[in-house]
Design a protein around this ligand. Sequence first.
Ligand code: MIC
Ligand code: SF4
Length: 641
Amino acid sequence: MNLTEKILSAHLVCGEMKAGSEIGIRIDQTLTQDSTGTMAYLQFESMGIDKVKTELSVAYIDHNTLQSGFENADDHAYIQSVALKHGIRVSKPGNGICHQVHLERFSRPGRTLLGSDSHTPTCGGMGMLAIGAGGLDVALAMGGAPLYIAMPKVVKVELRGKLGHNAAAKDIILEVLRRLSVKGGVGKVMEYCGDGVATLSVPERATIANMGAELGATTSVFPSDEVTRAFLRAQRREQDYKPLSADADATYDEEVTIDLWALRPLAACPHSPDAVKPVSALKEIAVDQVCIGSCTNSSYADMCKVAAILRGKTVAPGVSLTVSPGSRQVLTMLARSGALADMIAAGARVLECACGPCIGMGQSPKTDAVSVRTFNRNFYARSGTASADVYLVSPETAAFTALEGHFADPADYGEIHIELPERFEINDNLILHPKHFEGVEIVRGPNIKPFPRAEKLTQNIAGKALIVLPDNITTDHIMPSNSKLLPYRSNIPYLADYCLAPVDAGFSARAKQSGGGFIVAGANYGQGSSREHAALVPLYLGIKAVLAVSFARIHESNLINNGILPLVFVHPDDKEKISEGDELYIADAPQEIVAGDTVTVVNRTRGVTVSTRLHLSDRLKEVILAGGVLALSRQKAASAQ
Ligand code: MIC
Ligand code: SF4
C-alpha cells in the first residue's frame, strides 16, 4: 500500500477504497479557527452533544485579531466559552496561527485531522492525513461522526536530490503548481517520497503540504522518518513518533518527479498561485511592500533565514516590510536568540503571531502597489486592495527583495547559514485545557446571530440565472474577507450584502429582489478557502442551485451540507446556453435525483434544455432531499419521537 492507503485503511469506517467511491473515515483530531469557528460551534451546539468524541479537539483564535470594534472580541469570548464547555482546548489569540501551532504541539504521524480551514493539510508534513472541510463537517466530526469523502486518487510526487541555489521548500510547491495548476489536485492526495524528502525538515515539508491546498488537493502527505523524530524530540514529544512510509511495491494513480537541484527561486504572479515564473525574470519590477509570515512560511527556521539576510542592513526606502512569526514559540525563540532584534534593526514592522495581512486583516497595500508575500494565496482583491499586484515567494526571496526594493533572486547571493537548537522552547500556557473550566457559561455577545437553515428540497425549482461567472471563481470572490467583513463571520445577514461583490457589486441586491435563483459558473467553482459562509450566504439569499463546469471539493460539500444543489454541466459548452437573467426551471427535482445522476434544467427564456450531473451517494441524496445535514438530523429526530 502507499502511505495514504495505509492511513485511510486504518481509519476506514465504511465504503470501499476505490478511487471516486464514497468512504467514511474516523477522525482522531479536529481544529477550528475563529473565522470559521463561530459558525461551526453554533452548528455543533444545535446538535445537542455534551462533550466532543474525538481524541483531541482544539479551537484556535488567530484570524480575527484586529479587534477594531466589539465584534471580534465577542466572537473570541463565545468561542473560548463554548469550546471549553464541550471539552475542546482553546489556543488564545497571540499564541499563533492554527496550522503552525498544531504542527508544533499536537500533530502525530498516522493520525487523521479535520480542520475548518483549507490549509489543515499543513500537518501532512508530520505524516498525518490532515484534511480541510467546512465548519459543519468539523462539527459533525467533533460529535463522533466519520468524515465522508470520495476515495481520492493518489499522486506520487518523487523528490530527487537536494535543493541548491538558495531555492526553498516554497519553490518546490510553486513548481508543482506551475506543472499541475490550481485544478490539478482536485480529487487527489499528493504523496511525497524519494531521497529528497530526507533533506527537508518537518516545517519545510509542512510548507509544501500547506500549499497543496492551492492545487485543490484533498490533502498532501509526507512519510514519517528520523527527521520527523528529531522535530518531535525538539518539541519534547518524541513519544508521539511512529515511523511511516509507503511499501516498496506501492502503486499510484499518477506520478510527478522533481529534481530539487534543478529548481531555481520562483514566484506566483497575480492573481493566481499557479501563475508561476522564475524570480530571475521579474528583477525589473519595483516592490512597495514585502510581507513575511502566514501558515505557509512562518517557522523558526524561515524567520531565522530572514533575520540572517537582513542582519546589519536596511530595508529599501520604498518598501514596507512586515514580519509575522507563526507562533509564540517562534516569536519567543527569535526574541531570545537576537534574530528579532536583527529584523527590527533592519526596519521590519513586527506584527503579532496571527494570519494578519494574509486575510486582509490590516497591511492592505497602497493603490496599484506591488506586494511580495510569503503567503499561499494571491487571489484578486484578497489583500484588501483590488488594484494591487500580489506575488507569492519564499522567505529568502522576500527578504532579499525587501533590501533591494525590486525583485531579487536569492540564487545570485551566497548560501544562507542558520543554526537551529536541539530543543525548542515549550510554553503552552496560552492553550486552555477544558478540565480546568468545569461549569463555564457560554458568552453570547450581540454579534452572534443565528445561522440560516435550509428547507426541504421542493418539487419544482424556478428562478433566474442571477449571474454567469468565468472559471476559477474563489470563495474569496463569493464571500470576500477583509478587515471590514471578517468581524461579521457570525452575522450572515450582514455578510449577504457583499456576496460576489468583487465580481459584481449588484449581485446581492439582484438576488434579494428576485427572491433567490441560480448561480452559473465555469470550472473549479469555489476554489480556495473552506469558509462555509460561501454557501450559507447564498442560502440566505435564496440560491437553490449552482450550475458549474466543475466544483472545488470543500465548497461542493458545503453546498450539499446546506441543501444547495451543485449541478455539473454534462456538456461544458452548455454553459453558453444560459445568460444572466434567463428564467431556469427544474421539474420534479426529488424524483430525478432519486432515480439517477442527472438533473434536467430548462432554460425557459431560450427554450432550450440543459443536462446536468449530480453524482451523489445514497447518503448524500438523503441529505440533499432533506435540505442539508442539519435539516436531515432534525427530520430524523422528529420521526423518532
Ligand atoms: C484562508 O486562508 O482563506 C482562510 C481565511 O484561512 C480560510 C478560512 C476562512 O475563510 O475563514 C481557509 O483557508 O479555509
Ligand atoms: Fe491564516 Fe492565511 Fe493560513 Fe488562511 S492561509 S490560515 S488566513 S495564514
